[in-house]
Write a protein that binds this ligand. Structure first.
Ligand code: UDP
Length: 472
């Protein structure tokens, strides 16, 4: 419940649904389990905020005060600007407002910490210093990515040439080797580009926070925090995901359809809140689903010819009303009864929790991975952008709960491979092995968040430290 005198944590999230969802869960836990109150600021990318945001915001528990900050003017950056740079500007342009809100809140109750998204963190550092409160980051991607960020300044100084041309993989303690083609999008960019410069400067900025909360857990990433030379306190507090669907009703038509399907028989296909594939790839995926003869639910987005992130930042709106003219002719008729196409925001967490689901064809956004993990659902990895290639490698090679769809030299995944990967994940010996490992990991994820679990204890430790510091 909201109590004015409770110490308050101020959280600042960049404009990505995939960040807002775990931020809201972190805020909810600080309130429900640790006697704190929270204000969560969301830096919008569009004005008015996107329909997706409004739907998710409506589902954020009342105990969390959520405030949407205004978006920068649409023409503030050239159209081709990278997504991360846009997100950073959305945070940076709101720093004066964050300062104002922090002062107002601080006058009513002690403000005990500022927790920021790694994207845009640097812009808020001065606010924490002025307020005299601890400055923490919440990292909504895995430890492996954070580990890479922490090493990047060193790698950058030592390397000549482009990262994408490196013959040797990057080896981080306790992580799978990262091959050049698996690097995060910003590292594949030219090293002279502003996209890369921004990424490097974000990497350098990590060292300046007082500590980092990471949305992972020890059994998933045993190496978390374990870089011998690391000075930074790291707290694995995950998996922080929503167990109720984010921003959509559970009486969505796909739930009753799932009730009628055999156990473990359905492939759920989704590329997250922003991911898009090309027209040709969308048609090929449709043909692959058909060829697999497996049941499916496809949370579909209108294709985009040149961008894998066209659905971010409102560049692709009104999806749910657009015609399905990009699907192969007759696809809907031929797959009637076998599959369901959801054009709007799908109730992903409820879908993944349904016993009829057999595998998740996913772009490997970190929330999607964690939601699959907590539900014990094996994955077919189809990474698109950001650090998703690394996530896919980790889930297949190190964790053993995914298989990666084979991508051709032309970056295209053919229909036979789509069908083959889905069938391998749902039927036969390999599927059995994936299921076994997935259910083991599911148990471990529940354990991490149980009353005495390591993630629960890590969050309690940090919440107590904030509360104690405020009493001094
Ligand atoms: N999501 C959802 N319904 C959809 C698409 C996405 O509920 O139709 C949620 C999904 O459950 C996850 C988040 O949006 O919590 C997407 O985050 P993720 O990190 O997987 O990918 P991103 O969208 O950031 O690329």
């Amino acid at each position: 419940c909201k109590t004015a005198a409770r110490p308050r944590v101020l959280l600042l999230c960049s404009p990505c649904m995939g960040h807002l969802i775990p931020f809201a869960e972190l805020a909810r836990r600080l309130v429900a389990d640790h006697g704190l109150s929270t204000t969560l600021l969301f830096a919008s990318a569009t004005s008015p905020p996107s329909e997706q945001y409004l739907a998710v915001a409506a589902a954020v528990p009342d105990a969390v005060d959520l405030i949407a900050l205004p978006a920068p003017p649409p023409d503030a950056l050239p159209p081709a600007t990278a997504a991360r740079e846009r997100a950073e500007l959305a945070v940076a342009s709101n720093v004066p407002r964050v300062r104002e809100i922090a002062r107002e809140l601080g006058a009513a109750a002690p403000l005990v910490a500022l927790v920021v998204d790694m994207v845009g963190a640097a812009a808020a550092r001065d606010v924490a210093a002025e307020l005299g409160v601890p400055f923490y980051a919440f990292f909504t991607s895995p430890w492996m990515t954070l580990s890479l960020l922490l090493r990047l300044p060193e790698i950058d100084a030592a390397r000549a040439g482009e990262h994408r041309d490196a013959a040797e993989p990057i080896r981080l303690p306790g992580c799978v080797p990262i091959h050049a083609h698996e690097l995060p999008t910003s590292m594949l960019a030219d090293r002279s580009s502003s996209a890369y410069a921004g990424f490097l400067s974000m990497a350098k900025g990590v060292a300046g926070v007082d500590g980092v909360l990471v949305n992972t857990f020890r059994e998933l990433e045993p190496a978390v925090g374990g870089d011998g030379r690391l000075q930074l306190p790291v707290y694995p507090v995950g998996p922080l995901v929503w167990t109720r669907p984010a921003g959509v009703d559970t009486d969505h038509e796909c739930m009753s359809w799932l009730d009628g399907q055999p156990r473990g028989s359905v492939a759920y296909v989704s590329f997250g809140s922003g991911g898009t594939i090309t027209w040709q790839q969308t048609a090929e995926l449709a043909l692959g689903l058909e060829l697999s003869q497996c049941r499916f639910i496809w949370a579909i987005k209108r294709p985009h010819q040149s961008s894998t992130i066209a659905a971010f930042f409102g560049t692709q709106r009104g999806d749910e009303h657009s015609p399905l003219d990009f699907l192969p002719e007759g696809f809907m008729e031929r797959t009637r009864g076998m599959g369901l196409v959801a054009q709007s925001w799908a109730p992903q967490t409820a879908i993944l929790g349904h016993p009829s689901i057999g595998c998740f064809v996913t772009h490997c956004g970190w929330n999607s991975v964690l939601e699959s993990v907590i539900n014990g659902v094996p994955m077919v990895a189809w990474p698109l952008y950001a650090e998703q290639n690394m996530n896919a490698a980790m889930m297949e090679v190190q964790v053993g709960v995914a298989l990666r769809a084979k991508v051709g030299a032309d970056r295209f995944i053919r229909k036979d491979e789509v069908a083959n990967a889905i069938r391998r994940a749902i039927v036969g010996e390999e599927a059995e092995r994936l299921r076994k490992r997935s259910s083991e990991l599911r148990r471990q994820s529940a354990q991490a968040l149980s009353k005495d679990g390591c993630s629960t204890r890590a969050l309690a430790q940090i919440a107590n430290a904030w509360k104690c510091a405020s009493r001094k």
